[in-house]
Design a protein around this ligand. Structure first.
Ligand code: P5A
Length: 429
């Protein structure tokens, strides 16, 4: 992509409304723009990251055997009356009426909707286990939307729903998602600690939140120091070991009952990027979602639901990966892999080399943002550092004359003068 043809409305000044670094950097890097409180436009650069995060989540769900569907954002109120949640949900639910005066709502989650799909089609335990998921916008009329996309009113969630014949099956499904979550976050370079959590308005008696440690997180968290020694970033995932280690959010943490001795108990702030629930027959029973077992008896199906905050993750990633100059994207979610900087588009030799590199990077399928603008060098570097692409490939007039370009790593600040061929080999190899 040529920067001269791109839409990248970077801000030179820090926006006053942004209280935390990720919100500030997303606004400054022209990733998002607020439309109303807690409601954001996703601009080209931000949208690319959102799609990358979404795709990793999708691939790990597919790998875990979940099937992607798409349920609507708008749901009929009557469905929620069946589960009894229509009144319970209170003011957080955005309620609307259609032209026939029917009560509708903008979905804050989809347990009822997916249970309705299930009950219309599935009859036998032989059709189980089943896990259906979608990636769809949600609306929750949060009292205090804040921190940009971290606590929005409209936000993108991946929500999966599992159906099993009995508790043993439901537990397997839960653990399957548990492992998929750790894999998902790991692929993005994040270490998320699974914590015992309250199940709130979703209900149920087994629930874990996945928390990324960050000083700006909204949750107070407590965890066994053993987590610091565990390598959650790689290797085999042992659900049993992880769920036996103590980690809890403040809603669940009880100092009187905490099994971890004080010297081993760590406390900090966390960002909740995922939340999983087992709730048995809470929805299937009132909504009549049943299956016939091997004994011919009809029983309500055992369910769980599993959420990931896809749009929140974009903010959480920036909280985890930034420095004083801007964002430092991990490769897996970077909007472009390479920022190609032509320092002198007005000089023929320099531009010939930069154009040629751009053509070759494109041909090799390397996502490249090519700064071909007339801006001053200082401002070009500041923008590249701000938007945080993993590699900067700099072409200047001096180097162009002797056949050298500079390759810079955004993360390590390492710089190397290379021939254009070697630089290309590095980036395409
Ligand atoms: C699980 C999937 C649920 O809604 N029903 C379907 C269950 N869980 S949850 O914990 O309430 O939400 C799942 C994840 O969505 C993100 N999230 C938000 N992100 C941005 N802004 C918000 N206002 C917001 N609310 C929830 C979180 O990452 C949460 O873990």
């Amino acid at each position: 992509m040529r920067l001269s043809r791109y839409f990248l409305p970077v801000l030179k000044e820090d926006p006053a409304e942004a209280e935390i670094v990720s919100h500030r950097l997303m606004l400054r890097a022209g990733m998002i723009q607020q439309l109303a409180a807690g409601i954001y436009n996703w601009l080209p650069l931000g949208f690319r990251v959102l799609k990358k995060v979404e795709q990793i989540v999708r691939e790990e769900m597919d790998r875990a055997g979940a099937l992607e569907i798409l349920m609507p954002t708008i749901q009929p109120a009557d469905l929620w009356r069946e589960s009894g949640r229509y009144d319970d949900y209170g003011k957080e639910m955005l309620r609307v009426r259609d032209r026939h005066d029917r009560e509708m709502l903008y979905g804050p989650t989809n347990e009822e909707n997916v249970t309705d799909i299930f009950r219309r089609h599935v009859r036998s335990y032989r059709q189980l286990p089943l896990n259906l998921y979608h990636i769809q916008w949600k609306f929750r009329d949060e009292v205090r939307p804040r921190f940009g996309v971290m606590r929005g009113r409209e936000f993108l969630m991946k929500d999966a729903y599992s159906f099993d014949y009995d508790y043993a099956g439901a537990k397997r499904s839960y653990e399957n998602m548990f492992v998929a979550y750790l894999r998902t976050f790991r692929r993005m370079g994040l270490t998320a600690i699974p914590m015992q959590a309250e199940s709130g308005p979703i209900g149920g008696n087994m629930s874990h939140e996945f928390q990324i440690l960050a000083s700006t997180g909204e949750s107070q968290v407590y965890y066994d120091a053993a987590f610091e020694e565990l390598d959650l970033g790689s290797g085999e995932i042992d659900v049993e070991q992880l769920t036996n280690l103590y980690a809890a959010t403040d809603e669940k943490h009880d100092p009187a009952r905490c099994p971890v001795p004080p010297e081993r108990l760590r406390t900090g702030r966390g960002i909740e990027v995922g939340h999983i629930f087992y709730f048995g027959t809470k929805y299937s029973k009132p909504m009549g979602a049943t299956v016939t077992g091997p004994d011919g008896r009809e029983v309500p199906v055992e369910m769980g639901s599993y959420g990931i905050g896809v749009s929140r993750l974009v903010g959480a990633l920036i909280e985890a990966f930034h420095d004083e100059r801007g964002i430092v994207w991990p490769e897996a979610v970077a909007p472009f892999r390479v920022g190609l900087v032509n320092l002198r588009p007005d000089e023929a030799e320099c531009s010939r080399l930069a154009d040629d590199l751009y053509a070759k990077l494109r041909a090799a399928g390397v996502e490249t943002l090519y700064d071909d603008t007339e801006e001053r060098a200082g401002s070009k570097f500041a923008t590249m550092d701000l938007i945080g692409l993993p590699w900067q490939l700099v072409v200047g007039p001096r180097g162009a004359r002797v056949g050298l370009v500079e390759l810079r790593s955004r993360a390590t600040a390492e710089r190397q003068e290379l021939s254009p061929e070697s630089a290309l080999a590095r980036l395409t190899g």
